[in-house]
Design a protein around this ligand. Structure first.
Ligand code: GLC
Length: 665
């Protein structure tokens, strides 16, 4: 059951697709006092949700702030990342559980047993929101019902399930070709090479550097003829430069966010002085979306949208103030406090709340100050691209994912989890983010494999890839200035070839399960507790996940470990890929130490199920479904398959594969 309580929101966020009348009855589960929502927890209560937020699958014991933030250091003490996914699923047992979605686009704090261990306190900056409560059924059913409220998940094209290589710092056509050729030489499958900001002319959206990428159309044609898609980045802000058509047009039409005096709000990101398209204004949104055509005309069919929290390096006004302030320190003997203040003058310039309070949107609900709708900005940028691309590309699916997001954005694109690090703890962090993101519809997601910041090592990349074999978005990405971490960057390439090849052998299963989950509002990644509700051990496992209906993974995420303890909530078939060879073994319910030498990938199939594997392929285009063979303890698998590009698809295209095709070893 879904119920709604409405407390005078400023704006319809368009997070939900079902129109539900608001209740007059008192709010259940929460005490609603002083603009706060307070709920008591039992000792055994688990709290799921909050999408991308850091920390555990069980969110209990920390406080989280939904305020889309460009923060490249994802340590445990952080409270906000790029997404704002304001829902919690409070589980105190089969008959006492509910999901609450606080549809509120400004800053909102979820204190989940942080200040007081048995209390949840949800505190929006202003008490003006819609609150939805979903009850009834299993954890999975509650999530499904919630998902029916927020609408069907974005469907990526089939090729988006291939492997992608990205790096900030591929500065020329040659760099891009080299990435492809090195994979090809090493026999490592690849489907996508990403273009970071280096492809643009002066970091201007929808331009291409003539000097470094003299013929992008030709380059994309060459790559496509080799089965590889180029995927350029698009940033939210637009460079201020007269003569640059996107700037000129947007300015003339009044499509940029305005300051209090009605002038374009001047901020800065990569290109220096910039303006922010007003994605909350339908006309501006449409206009920005149309710009993607410049690149689709060059053969591009995938994009990643970035810096759309929006990230602000500084605003023009505050930078000027900062320079004046700096002068005050000149010639002074700076003691501790003065010195710290001096440091703060520049250190606190970026992403400042004062700047977020200094510009306005022209929305269907009138003029609204940015901080009141902050969390919608990235969402509406994704929507801008998605709506336009649907018509530009004649109803074909486009690969599209974003950094910032709000619930609702999941209907238009996927997300990646932003600037993580080459840290072992970030493999585990990513594993915990995936099921929570799935709960609110972000099925097409993944993290920068190998870590974005910091220097990756060969073993870290191997272990990370071994997990990412199962994430829908499988992209290796890193920051300029870090050690190269491509699958060919560590000398020997054999192990990388085996792991990435395994991904391609699994794609028919991964795609089939992804599409089934998307089309039935289900989860592709689930915590074990969602499948084994009555198993107290499964309820506490946070480093294993269910993938699709019948597969379980238990990745190694510790350096120098030769294996790990895995909990099997029931009898399962262990599948091991070692040196490209696949073998199976039946294992009993319970704890097992599983040896996983570097380069082996081990996963498990539930008893009574089978999954299909195809022959190795060099890209998604060459995957041959005729080679599918079943593996596991059943004689059939229900396969979903389609043309991989139509938007208008249903579950009708499922078919059962029978054992006659069984894999033989
Ligand atoms: C941001 C993105 C990162 C990208 C960089 C340069 O930090 O999160 O993925 O590489 O900008 O565009």
């Amino acid at each position: 059951m879904i119920q709604k309580w409405s407390f005078s929101p400023y704006i319809d966020t368009e997070a939900v697709v079902l129109r539900i009348p608001a209740e007059d009855s008192p709010l259940p589960f929460f005490e609603h006092t002083d603009g706060k929502y307070i709920c008591h927890m039992k000792d055994t209560t688990r709290v799921y949700g909050l999408g991308e937020a850091i920390r555990g699958i069980n969110k209990r014991g920390w406080q989280y702030i939904s305020f889309c933030s460009d923060d490249p250091v994802h340590t445990e003490e952080k409270t906000s990342l790029y997404g704002a996914h304001n829902f919690i699923l409070v589980d105190s047992g089969r008959d006492d559980r509910f999901l609450a979605f606080f549809d509120y686009p400004a800053k909102i704090t979820f204190d989940i047993g942080y200040s007081e261990s048995d209390l949840i306190t949800v505190n929006p900056e202003e008490d003006r929101l819609d609150l939805y409560i979903v009850t009834g059924g299993s954890l999975r059913e509650i999530v499904r019902e919630f998902r029916s409220l927020i609408g069907r998940a974005y469907l990526p094209p089939f090729f988006a399930f291939g492997y992608g290589q990205s790096r900030w710092g591929y500065v020329s056509e040659d760099d891009i070709k080299t990435v492809f050729l090195r994979h090809k030489e090493a026999g490592i499958p690849i489907d996508m090479v990403y273009l970071d900001i280096d492809y643009m002319e002066d970091f201007q959206d929808f331009t291409v550097s003539r000097e470094r990428f003299p013929d992008l159309k030709n380059l994309s044609g060459y790559m496509r003829s080799n089965g590889v898609h180029l995927v350029p980045i698009i940033d939210a802000a637009v460079k201020v430069r007269e003569g640059y058509s996107v700037y000129d047009e947007g300015k003339e039409k009044g499509y940029f966010c305005k300051d209090a005096d009605g002038e374009d709000f001047l901020t800065a990101v990569w290109p220096g002085l910039s303006v922010l398209p007003d994605f909350l204004n339908a006309d501006a949104r449409r206009w920005f979306g149309e710009q993607y055509k410049t690149l689709t005309d060059m053969g591009i069919d995938g994009f990643w949208n970035d810096m759309n929290e929006p990230a602000l390096f500084y605003s023009d006004k505050r930078l000027k103030e900062a320079f004046l302030k700096l002068k005050e320190f000149e010639g002074k003997n700076l003691g501790i406090f003065d010195f710290f203040s001096l440091r703060d003058v520049l250190g606190k310039l970026s992403n400042s709340i004062d700047d977020y309070r200094a510009f306005y949107h022209n929305t269907p609900s009138g003029k609204l100050r940015h901080d009141r709708v902050h969390n919608l900005y990235g969402y509406q940028m994704t929507r801008s691209a998605s709506d336009a691309l649907k018509s530009i590309r004649g109803g074909k699916r486009t690969l599209l994912f974003s950094r910032a997001s709000y619930i609702g954005a999941h209907r238009y694109g996927g997300i990646w989890t932003g600037d993580n690090h080459a840290w072992w703890s970030h493999i585990l962090q990513s594993m915990k983010q995936m099921p929570s993101l799935n709960m609110c519809g972000f099925l097409y997601s993944g993290s920068d494999i190998g870590g974005f910041g910091g220097n990756c090592t060969r073993d870290l990349l191997i272990r990370w890839l071994s997990f990412a074999v199962f994430t829908p978005l499988m992209r290796n990405h890193s920051a300029v200035g870090t050690r190269h971490q491509e699958a060919f960057a560590f000398g020997e390439t054999e192990i990388f070839r085996h792991i990435i090849t395994l991904r391609y052998r699994l794609i028919p299963y991964l795609y089939s399960e992804f599409m089934k989950a998307a089309l039935t509002d289900d989860m592709y990644f689930r915590p074990l507790s969602f499948d084994y509700e009555d198993d107290p051990i499964a309820g506490e496992v946070e480093d294993q996940l269910m993938v699709g209906e019948s597969l379980m993974i238990a990745p190694v995420y510790t350096q120098n470990a030769g294996g790990r303890v895995v909990y099997l909530p029931e009898e399962m078939t262990q599948v091991r890929m070692s040196g490209g060879e696949i073998s199976t073994e039946e294992l009993n319910k319970g704890h097992h130490y599983i040896s996983v030498p570097l380069g082996d990938v081990v996963f498990f199939i539930k008893k009574g199920y089978a999954i299909p594997l195809c022959d190795p392929a060099e890209n998604t285009q060459s995957i041959d479904y005729a080679t599918l063979r079943l593996i596991g303890s059943s004689d059939r698998y229900t396969l979903y398959q389609d043309d991989g590009e139509s938007l208008d698809v249903t579950l009708d295209s499922v078919k059962t594969i029978k054992k006659s095709n069984e894999l033989s070893f």
